[in-house]
Design a protein around this ligand. Structure first.
Ligand code: SF4
Length: 206
């Protein structure tokens, strides 16, 4: 039997071009979501499915590599905000260990991360105080595997996270099917001496 190479080639080109067009449409709608969120399910579905090609497209056009994550965080924040606000108890705030002061003496628990002593050297002192006022439990984690452990252990009703865009997007993607999520991205990321706009975090702790 002759293999229809020409037909297979045409089908491959057609599928590639269609996928590229769908991805392009999702990115455009995603960019528009910074003004107004429209078709969030479509945008999240396409960007989740074609996350790597979308990041590759950004690299090809010299667009900042976090743009896709920024879009997805923005949309998830919008989509889950109402449900998040309705929940009044058993919420968690999860922040990254890189926001701690370099001289932090907090002990790291293997299940729930660093136990902040409110020493006043970094923003976690203020965030912990706000958490106590607003009924949140605060966790400082060395990585996103801890987020999953904490959720399994504490079974929160909602979660607010602080992280770089990529980690925030990944955690919000993992958690959002089971609980309402919100996220605030770091202003300055990296592995050390990172920072967040504390007022933004407190504003989200509704
Ligand atoms: S406030 Fe908490 S996390 Fe920050 S340096 Fe002090 S003990 Fe460490």
């Amino acid at each position: 039997m002759d293999i229809p190479y020409e037909l297979i080639g045409e089908a491959a080109v057609y599928i590639s071009l269609t996928s590229l067009a769908v991805l392009f449409a999702a990115i455009m709608l995603g960019l528009y979501s910074f003004k107004k969120i429209i078709f969030p399910t479509f945008v999240l579905f396409v960007l989740d499915l074609m996350y790597s090609p979308a990041k590759w497209l950004c690299r090809v056009f010299s667009i900042r590599s976090t743009l896709i994550d920024e879009i997805m965080v923005e949309i998830r924040n919008g989509v889950y905000l109402d449900d998040f606000k309705k929940i009044k108890d058993n919420k968690i705030l999860v922040g990254p260990q890189c926001m701690r002061h370099p001289e932090c003496k907090a002990r790291c628990d293997p299940c729930i991360g660093y136990i902040c002593q409110s020493c006043g050297k970094c923003d976690f002192t203020r965030l912990k105080k706000e958490c106590e006022k607003k009924g949140y439990d605060m966790f400082i984690v060395p990585g996103d595997s801890f987020v999953r452990k904490i959720v399994k252990l504490r079974k929160p009703n909602a979660a607010l996270g602080i992280a770089c865009f990529e980690e925030l997007n990944e955690s919000m993607h993992d958690l959002s099917p089971t609980l309402p999520v919100q996220g605030v991205a770091l202003l300055r990321d990296g592995c050390f001496n990172t920072a967040v706009n504390v007022e933004d975090v407190i504003d989200r702790m509704v």
